[in-house]
Write a protein that binds this ligand. Structure first.
Ligand SMILES: Nc1ncnc2c1ncn2[C@@H]1O[C@H](COP(=O)(O)OP(=O)(O)OP(=O)(O)O)[C@@H](O)[C@H]1O
Ligand SMILES: [Mg+2]
Length: 247
């Protein structure tokens, strides 16, 4: 799957990130190739969300500050690129931790909001169809206020909204969080389908087994450092990962 001769879709290079005086990431490096599914696994507070927020250029006041290293998309540094351009011009979108959907808007309205950054010439109609095909539960509830969706359905909406931005690189922050097994299965089946159709995916997860079963490659993050990396199938067999994360 990985073509090492190609410029990676994402390259994080010796990235050091701080919140005030606290260093959250201590010089981490990883890559995601075009068409790949890569997972970053780690326990609470390891720095997973911080990594995603650094890539998506989350604006202040919550923004982590990059104090060393670089983040490259398609071989170009994005450290000076504003968040909206990462979405609009580089086609990278985030389905964030905690979903952050607008509860007083309907499912369709939430999806529509994500299309505002797209060029006027884009035909978004097929993208609504695509989202509703991937997540039939959302199709049935398209006119329902989002606050009345179940947690799992809100998670689907969060992913659907990211897709409506027209992204070709999808970042997901713990999409399995709070999902019952059946909904989790639906979610990961949909993500697999997206990848088979060409979507590049960076998946952040605490659920190591789920993530490594799904991804091509993985990295283990521990207190702001990457301590292990490799093919997902190899990591699944790694005794350290077994002991700490797979019980
Ligand atoms: N806005 C912030 N201000 C100060 N410190 C922060 C901020 N956000 C995160 N941190 C700290 O940075 C470290 C990494 O946090 P981060 O949210 O990236 O972890 P995580 O791996 O996503 O954890 P979880 O699995 O619980 O979501 C933690 O020690 C956290 O307390
Ligand atoms: Mg997090």
């Amino acid at each position: 799957m990985t073509n090492t001769n190609q410029t990676p879709r994402l390259e994080v290079r010796d990235l050091e990130v701080k919140y005030g005086n606290i260093t959250a990431l201590h010089g981490i490096s990883f890559t995601v190739a075009e068409g790949e599914i890569v997972t970053l696994i780690g326990a609470n507070g390891a720095g997973k969300t911080t990594t995603l927020h650094s890539i998506t250029r989350l604006p202040p006041p919550e923004a982590p500050k990059v104090s060393a290293g670089d983040i490259l998309i398609n071989g170009k540094s994005i450290l000076k690129t504003p968040a909206h351009d990462v979405v609009r011009n580089l086609h990278c979108a985030l389905a964030p931790e905690g979903r952050h959907i607008f509860g007083n808007l309907t499912v369709t309205e939430n999806l529509t909001l994500a299309t505002f950054s797209r060029p006027k010439t884009d035909d978004c109609n097929k993208d609504y169809d695509h989202v509703f095909e991937l997540f039939p539960r959302l199709a049935e509830r398209r006119n329902q206020r989002s606050e009345s969706l179940s947690g799992g359905e809100q998670q689907m909406l969060s992913v659907g909204r990211a897709l409506m931005s027209g992204c070709t690189f999808l970042m997901l922050d713990e999409p399995s969080m709070g999902l019952a097994p059946l909904l989790m299965y639906d979610m990961f089946r949909a993500l697999k389908k997206l990848n088979q159709d060409g979507m590049t995916i960076l998946l952040i997860e605490q659920n190591a087994k789920l993530a490594l079963d799904f991804a091509h490659r993985g990295y283990l993050l521990e207190t702001g450092e990457i301590i292990l990396s490799g093919n997902a199938s190899e990591l699944l067999k790694n005794p350290e990962i077994h002991k700490a994360y797979l019980g």
